[in-house]
Design a protein around this ligand. Structure first.
Ligand SMILES: C[S@@+](CC[C@H](N)C(=O)[O-])C[C@H]1O[C@@H](n2cnc3c(N)ncnc32)[C@H](O)[C@@H]1O
Ligand code: SF4
Length: 363
């Protein structure tokens, strides 16, 4: 039985200039057809999944209207065995949170929300092309609390041009005042095919690596002081509030992805669904496979990926499992990036700054 389910909802009310996740603007007809297709795809897998975690990601799942949510959530409940479900997360954009929607989601069994606040500084929000301001973000957070959500996560982005260290500090402090159970702090990446990437190419934007490193260190320090565990390079949680879904993914467990562009890994197979929503819907509703890419995942590849993900987490990598990369790791140890502690290779605080470079030795 597959225990981890990801569902991709590809619609956004507004397209942010830095984001490369597969998404498009929502038209009503298109959403209805997409929901029919998604439920059809769920039908095909119903016998093989009993999820412990579900993650409704995007795009912006919270962009769906109440009737659309009723169709989606009702459809999932009637098709899937949810008797072992422990964690059901939905990603929400603060601009799309409302009390009636929050109540419906809670009633349907969703028990965790990850909200993309990005920053509490209105000037930074504007430069990120966000449609909400900090006041709306706070109101949305409180609305979710009032609806009974006791497991809330906030996404923040640092390394944004024109975002000073002080602006970042006050975003962290304002987040902490709301006491979320979980925080994700991502360094801005310039993803191909985004407006920011083009601006970078034209020299209209320039990353400041020194400032970004200071912001990263401040994050570990401030959140650590407040009792949050940096259980992965970009993720912080109060004890016991780590994301179970993402932890399963990093541990190399099987997962099924439904919806356009979603990846799945089951046994020795990995595949990706068609990216374009219209074609995904049409193909699925015609009873054909929505897969547009497939590969074999050998045991060797699995152990490389487990090591690369594991290295980014608090668990690190077991010394025995890391034998094939021992000489590289010893080189990294000499540079002060990793250390061997109680039989496990772990990132040092300096190594966390260069986590991607360290993880590269495994792939
Ligand atoms: C798929 S988005 C879903 C959240 C929701 N759509 C929203 O924007 O509020 C997940 C998170 O990825 C992060 N993200 C997206 N693109 C990024 C980038 N280029 N650099 C850093 N973080 C990024 C943002 O923090 C965002 O909240
Ligand atoms: S950051 Fe969120 S709202 Fe913005 S485009 Fe990406 S998925 Fe959509």
């Amino acid at each position: 039985m597959i225990e981890h389910l990801y569902i991709h909802i590809p619609f956004c009310p507004n397209i942010c200039p830095y984001c490369a996740f597969y998404k498009e603007s929502a038209g009503r007809e298109r959403v209805e057809t997409f929901l029919d297709a998604l439920l059809r795809e769920a039908d095909a897998w119903a016998e093989r999944i009993r999820p412990k975690t579900i993650f409704l990601g995007g795009g912006t799942p919270s962009a769906l209207s109440i009737p659309q949510f009723e169709k989606l959530l009702g459809g999932l409940h009637s098709r899937l065995d949810l008797s072992e479900l422990e964690e059901w997360t939905i990603e929400m954009n603060p601009a799309t949170v409302a009390a009636d929607k929050a109540a419906l989601l809670r009633e349907a069994g969703i028990n965790r929300v990850s909200m993309g606040v990005q920053s509490w500084d209105d000037a930074v929000l504007k430069s990120l092309g966000r449609t909400h301001d900090s006041e709306k973000a706070e109101e949305s957070f409180l609305t979710l609390r009032q609806a009974g959500f006791d497991n809330l996560s906030i996404d923040l982005i640092f390394g944004v041009p024109a975002q000073s260290l002080e602006s970042w500090r006050s975003s962290l402090e304002r987040s902490l005042r709301l006491s979320p159970e979980h925080l994700s702090a991502y360094g801005l990446t310039y993803e191909e095919d985004t407006e920011f990437f083009s601006k970078l190419g034209r020299g209209e934007m320039a990353p400041d690596e020194g400032l970004e490193a200071d912001q990263f260190e401040l994050t570990s320090h401030l959140l650590g002081e407040s009792g949050y565990l940096q259980y992965e390079v970009s993720n912080y949680a109060l004890p016991g509030r780590e994301s179970r879904h993402n932890s399963a993914y990093w541990a190399g467990k099987d997962y099924l992805g439904l919806g356009p562009s979603a990846f799945s890994t089951v046994g020795s197979r990995r595949w990706r669904n068609i990216r374009e929503t219209g074609i995904y819907s049409e193909t699925t509703l015609a009873g054909k496979t929505a897969i547009d890419f497939e590969e074999e995942v050998t045991e060797e590849l699995k152990s490389r990926e487990r090591a690369a993900f594991g290295m980014r987490t608090l668990m690190g990598v077991d010394k025995e499992d890391a034998k094939p990369w021992e000489s590289d790791l010893l080189g990294m140890e000499n540079k002060g990036l990793v250390s061997l502690t109680e039989g496990r290779w772990l990132l040092t605080p300096r190594g966390r700054l260069l986590a991607d470079t360290v993880a590269e030795i495994f792939v």
